[in-house]
Design a protein around this ligand. Structure first.
Ligand code: PLP
Length: 350
């Protein structure tokens, strides 16, 4: 009998997925058939989910978080837009996000019938508050800030964006899907404790080393989560705020297990290792003569020509370009220094 096998991570350099921590892998396997979407039938996984949300709250400066373990950053972003839209009274809602926002906001706007306005970023690729201010109006229901952008790892000025959102009567959502597990070890102001953030996405299945699918959706206020709830007539529980119905018990249990094992010391160590790797590969690109976007978080983009990227791909490297064509390396936990050394050797020889 043939056994299906996944590809190895040995040459994966542009992905935001990684090898789950062994504890997360074991927990995922134990909870493969549990459904946190039905908490009265599956109370064990439901209790783990409450604890996991509590741990995410601790990481993001929120004492009594309201939220759940989602399928990923896309779902958290859709839910943030949905909650803000449901709480507002306008018939023509709009959301203002920087151009650097993940494409999941386009999906959110599409499925929810909300206009998406994309604001400019500054020379440092962070949301430009003046441009955001120029786009908000009385129909704005949500302003979005990114804490760790997908392409360049930038952190938007979250406190300024929170002020702009609240002055306009809108909510502020922070997308920390990728950055949320490294930012606690930096000086950035990005979380619920630093600013009046209303909702946040933070994904255990990215830098958190949980199994896929494990995202996080957090809200400061209960009413914001309640704005997502629908009645559930055939279940014992009376309402459900999640977007999907049956959900992955494996995702929930693995998120809990990874955080239980790694928060905070293990994540700090990983951040330091990943950041050092990012700085090392940035220097390697520079010494080959390429322009580099400096890694403020463990993510490097370098202006490597398309033919070189293709030559690297043909040697088995899983690398992909940014929208502007730079080669992008995400220093995820599976990306080791020796992997990067071997990549740099190939780059030099090409
Ligand atoms: N937000 C950010 C900042 C991301 O980088 C990503 C994915 O890379 C997402 C959201 C979407 O996350 P997912 O693919 O888990 O839905």
């Amino acid at each position: 009998m043939q056994v299906a096998a996944p590809q190895s991570f040995r040459r994966v350099l542009s992905s935001m997925c990684t090898e789950p921590h062994p504890a997360a892998r074991d927990a995922a396997e134990r909870f493969l058939a549990s459904n946190p979407g039905d908490p009265t039938t599956y109370p064990a996984v439901s209790a783990l989910e409450d604890e996991a949300v509590g741990m995410l709250g601790e990481m993001t400066g929120l004492e009594n978080p309201h939220g759940y373990i989602a399928s990923g950053g896309t779902e958290a972003n859709i839910q943030a837009v949905r909650s803000a839209r449901n709480l507002a009274t306008t018939d023509t809602p709009n959301v203002v996000a920087p151009k650097s926002a993940h494409f999941s906001f386009q999906k959110a706007a599409d499925v929810l019938g909300v206009e998406l306005r994309l604001a400019e970023v500054d020379a440092n690729r962070r949301a430009n508050p003046d441009s955001v201010t120029g786009m908000v109006d009385e129909d704005t229901v949500l302003v979005v800030g990114i804490a760790g952008t997908t392409e360049y790892g930038r952190v938007d000025p979250i406190p300024a964006l929170a002020d702009i959102a609240h002055d306009a009567g809108a909510l502020l959502h922070v997308d920390a899907a990728w950055g949320g597990f490294v930012l606690p070890f930096t000086d950035y102001e990005w979380n619920f404790g630093h600013a009046e953030v209303d909702t946040m996405g933070i994904d255990p299945h990215k830098m958190g080393q949980a199994a896929v699918p494990a995202g996080g959706f957090l809200a400061r206020e209960k009413r914001v989560l309640d704005a997502l709830a629908v009645e559930t007539p055939y279940l014992e529980s009376t309402s459900q705020a999640t977007l999907t119905g049956t959900r992955s018990g494996a995702g929930v249990a693995s998120a809990w297990a990874a955080m239980d094992e790694l928060w905070p010391a293990g994540y700090r160590k990983q951040y330091e290792r990943s950041q050092a790797n990012a700085e090392w590969i940035a220097d390697a690109f520079e010494s080959c003569g390429y322009d580099v976007v400096d890694p403020v978080l463990p993510l490097v983009a370098a202006d490597v020509p398309r033919e070189t990227v293709e030559a690297l791909q043909s040697r088995g490297w899983r690398v992909s370009p940014t929208g502007s064509g730079e080669l992008r390396i995400v220093c995820m936990p599976h990306v080791t220094r020796s992997m990067l050394e071997s990549f740099a050797d190939d780059l030099e020889s090409i």
